[in-house]
Design a protein around this ligand. Structure first.
Ligand code: BGC
Length: 353
């Protein structure tokens, strides 16, 4: 099947004087990524499977309006200023306490009420395979200090990777943790659940969480736990195990501490047998959140008209650890003036015949 592209007209709008559009990137392998500058959202990603049929491997909606009105899943968006949770929406930096929106139980999640997923980025498409997005988050926006100038570059490479580079600078000391929140289903979006996908994660430990999904501060070894993905296994194999951490998350919703041996590490590999599509995730970040779509609402209808439901996709969100601003023992997320935040993540696709 040929790619069924989203219609750019369904993404055109003017929001607070800024133009929203849908950009289309193509590579030499015929893969196609469609990205809107609303939230920097990867809205579709067409990859050829072993039978030369294109599959759209990410969940999403068919129009801007649906992204605006159903934001809770963060399908494909850039998440910031702080991906994942900050306990009770509070942190202290240089002796000053900052208060953020509490938008997830008693905690702050994914940058707050209007995070980077729900703002209009400035966009430039220098070449047919690259999109550059910039956004300046004002001092105290969502409670975070400092004017933060952020740049994100999406590049659909000829080696069949969607390569995402992030940069940020600030004029006051602040915290930053950026990710992309794509939901993958390597059978194609809307084609059932991901429980039979095989997954391998290069992580010997994870940040265990309390009942509100905030890290306790401990790194727990994966040995003899259902969270051990060092050897490939299906996502479904242990997902319903009677294990406290899985019960808290209603499935996998955990930050893995990547075993790092270089700057750009292979964090995880996911494979799906019927399409033969394999996805390798490489990142410079120290952590990756495995989220198995435990809370995807079954009221959502995806872009091709198929119903979504819990476990219809999985996320591998590369990141610094959740709640790092309150956990001095975790790798730092503090960014000071004159420093530059930079990270790189690749989702690289290949096909096993
Ligand atoms: C979080 C989940 C949350 C999901 C959607 C993930 O990054 O870890 O707890 O439900 O995003 O917001």
């Amino acid at each position: 099947m040929a790619p069924q592209l989203l219609n750019p007209k369904d993404f055109e709008a003017l929001i607070n004087g800024k133009r929203v559009a849908l950009y289309t990137l193509k590579n030499a392998q015929g893969s196609i990524a469609q990205i809107t500058n609303y939230g920097g959202t990867l809205a579709s990603l067409w990859i050829k499977d072993k039978n030369n049929n294109f599959k759209d491997v990410v969940l999403g909606y068919k129009s801007l309006h649906e992204y605006q009105t159903n934001p809770n899943a963060y399908f494909g968006s850039i998440v910031g200023r702080y991906a994942n949770r900050i306990a009770k929406g509070k942190f202290t930096l240089d002796n000053k306490t900052y208060n953020l929106a509490v938008n997830n139980g008693e905690n702050h999640l994914h940058g707050g009420t209007t995070g980077f997923d729900a703002v209009v980025w400035d966009a430039k498409q220098p070449t047919g395979d690259t999109l550059e997005l910039t956004y300046v988050s004002a001092d105290m926006e969502e409670g975070y200090p400092g004017n933060l100038a952020v740049k994100v570059q999406y590049h659909l490479t000829d080696k069949n990777a969607i390569k995402i580079k992030y940069w940020a600078i600030t004029d006051k000391t602040t915290v930053v943790n950026l990710t992309n929140h794509s939901y993958f289903n390597l059978k194609g979006e809307g084609n059932g659940d991901i429980l039979d996908h095989k997954l391998q994660i290069n992580a010997s430990s994870f940040t265990s969480v309390d009942t509100t999904c905030i890290p306790t501060g401990e790194l727990t070894a994966v040995d003899d736990t259902p969270l051990d993905f060092r050897k490939e296994k299906t996502i479904g194999k242990d997902i319903n195990a009677d294990y406290e951490q899985l019960i808290i998350g209603n499935g996998y919703d955990h930050n893995y501490v990547i075993d790092q041996n270089t700057t750009l590490n292979l964090a995880a590999t996911a494979k799906e047998a019927s399409t033969g599509i394999t996805m390798n995730v490489y990142t410079t970040e120290p952590g990756v959140q495995l989220y198995t779509g435990n809370f995807i609402s079954d009221k959502l209808v995806g872009k091709s008209g198929k119903k979504y439901h819990p476990r219809a996709a999985f996320c591998l969100e590369t990141q610094h650890y959740p709640d790092s601003p309150n956990k001095p023992q975790f790798p730092t997320v503090v960014l000071r003036p004159k420093e530059e935040y930079h990270s790189v993540t690749l989702y690289k696709f290949s096909v096993a015949k």
